[in-house]
Design a protein around this ligand. Structure first.
Ligand SMILES: Nc1ncnc2c1ncn2[C@@H]1O[C@H](C[S@+](CC[C@H]([NH3+])C(=O)[O-])CC(=O)[O-])[C@@H](O)[C@H]1O
Length: 323
């Protein structure tokens, strides 16, 4: 299955900025695919394989949910199987997605982040785009509206990959997803016109190395859209939580916006533009039928002024900058 999706990428990448690197990316991805060994994968694969067939839909980009509209009304039996198989891919973190009459009400209302991102969106038409840590591809599918040449997402979480391909079965967006980590990407490709890194920086032990790596993937004069958790403070302020942050493991650096801007400048980015700074609300991130575990409300103090660990509550910045 993953090999088939890799072949689709290799075909789609022809004529894009990535064309000269297809062989090296194919060999890296094949190596990763060969080593995939995750207990639940067969369960997710089987749900994907049992998704009901439908005449291809099209994406309606006007809706907040990533919405697939079918040419004709689908029968109730179709939706019964569809919902059952999609629910087998619980938890749905990012979305919402609407496939015909089936609404996948995900934990995150990612449309809210998307409305902040588009305030600083560079030109995407005919461009080669990379989204690092793209989750289930919600944002990449939104970007398809702008008709880029290539939309590639890399995402190590296999369930997110399978969720993406499940929606893509109906959406036919043409987005490519590979089950790679940023560490798998060769340094110095210099070939993506726009690189997105959203919600990944704070998971990296070495945030400056992460940003340098991203820069090396971007073509001359290309752009980076960086979205990450920040704290209030000046250019000397950075939170490195001792344990968890809002119950998340593996959280390393939460810089102030001033410190993060300083990192970007020092690494050599230009035109550094703070597009948005927003507190994450319990309206944006919450438990739903499609994500039944605890969510932000349970990770904050009762008055929502602190995380349960006593840290400032989640605040996120969107920065755009140019190589
Ligand atoms: N080393 C890594 N390389 C690549 N991806 C990684 C790595 N480590 C973790 N991830 C992936 O990065 C994503 C972080 S979520 C953001 C999703 C989306 N971008 C969003 O903006 O909603 C965090 C959030 O919810 O904000 C997950 O899908 C991880 O598997």
């Amino acid at each position: 299955m993953f090999k088939q999706w890799l072949s689709q990428f290799c075909e789609k990448a022809v004529g894009s900025g990535v064309e000269v690197h297809i062989d090296v990316l194919e060999s890296i991805a094949l190596d990763v695919i060969e080593r995939i060994n995750q207990g639940d994968l067969h369960k997710w694969q089987s749900a994907y394989e049992q998704l009901p067939d439908a005449s291809h839909g099209r994406i309606d980009f006007q809706k907040a949910a990533l919405s697939v509209v079918f040419d004709q009304a689908m029968p109730e039996s179709f939706y019964g199987v569809l919902e059952d198989k999609l629910m087998a891919l619980h938890p749905w973190r990012k979305g919402p997605f609407q496939i015909g009459d089936c609404l996948i009400d995900s934990e995150w209302q990612s449309n809210l982040k998307w409305s902040r991102i588009i305030k600083g969106l560079p030109e995407l038409k005919n461009k080669t785009i990379l989204d690092v840590g793209c989750g289930n591809g919600y944002y990449l599918m939104k970007m398809a509206e702008y008709q880029p040449k290539l939309l590639l997402g890399i995402e190590p979480g296999l369930i997110h990959n399978i969720q993406y391909w499940s929606v893509e079965k109906y959406a036919q967006s043409g987005v490519c997803l590979l089950p790679l980590k940023i560490q798998d990407m060769p340094v110095g490709l210099n070939c993506f016109d726009v690189v997105f890194s959203m919600g990944v920086l704070y998971h990296r032990k070495s945030p400056i190395a992460h940003i340098e790596h991203l820069k090396s993937l971007i073509s001359a004069n290309g752009s980076l859209i960086l979205e990450t958790l920040v704290v209030d403070g000046d250019e000397r302020t950075c939170l490195v939580p001792e344990g968890r942050y809002a119950q998340m493991r593996n959280v390393w650096f939460l810089p102030s916006v001033a410190m993060l801007s300083g990192w970007l400048k020092k690494i050599g980015f230009n035109n550094i533009n703070v597009v948005d700074i927003s507190l994450t609300t319990v309206n944006e991130q919450r438990s739903t039928d499609w994500m039944k575990f605890h969510s932000l409300k349970e990770f904050l103090s009762d008055d929502q002024q602190l995380t349960v660990e006593g840290h400032p509550p989640p605040k996120r910045v969107v920065i755009s900058c140019q190589k």
